[in-house]
Write a protein that binds this ligand. Structure first.
Ligand SMILES: [Zn+2]
Length: 165
């Protein structure tokens, strides 16, 4: 995002960040655009004094889009294959069971056991042209556990588990 895009996104009320969501771009009461590191409240100007050079890598500015919602993951393995308990009651008009109260208990099918669920915001990574090496460690950890390449390095022609259906 260039300076004009960042400012217009802030003015439009979007949640604009630099590098990760710990850095928030906003406009203060004096109309100055600031980058604030939320954990400690330290702020720096969006640009240098000339107003033409960003105080940060242009490619790392992005807009978080809460309207994209969240994904729900198992806190232990990161899988999205998780379930929540709920009660169902019979609806005589619709002739079907209707889910009612969502229960706290959760289950992860990947772990095959009880799970604590976490939510992750869905980001539009297209807004940032490059991935930095920071802030993506959890994602990489999940990818590694999911690779499943054996120590022997064998490559099977067909998967007996089948990709049927
Ligand atoms: Zn799990």
């Amino acid at each position: 995002m260039n300076i004009a895009e960042i400012k217009s996104a802030v003015d439009a009320g979007h949640s604009v960040h630099w590098s990760n969501e710990g850095y928030r771009v906003h406009r203060d009461a004096l109309g100055q655009y600031l980058i604030t590191y939320l954990p400690n409240g330290n702020s720096t100007g969006l640009t240098d004094r000339s107003g033409t050079t960003l105080n940060g890598d242009e490619a790392l500015f992005f807009v978080a889009r809460p309207d994209l919602g969240v994904t729900v993951h198992c806190s232990a393995c990161g899988s999205e294959d998780v379930l929540r308990d709920c009660w169902a009651s019979w609806n005589a008009e619709l002739q079907s069971w209707e889910s009612t109260d969502l229960q706290d208990h959760a289950f992860c099918r990947a772990c095959d056991g009880e799970a604590i669920l976490i939510k992750r915001p869905i980001r539009d990574y297209g807004a940032a042209s490059g991935f930095s090496s920071t802030g993506c460690d959890p994602v990489r950890a999940i990818a590694e556990t999911g690779q499943g390449t054996g120590a022997r390095g064998e490559v099977a022609d067909t998967d007996p588990g089948g990709a049927a259906g």
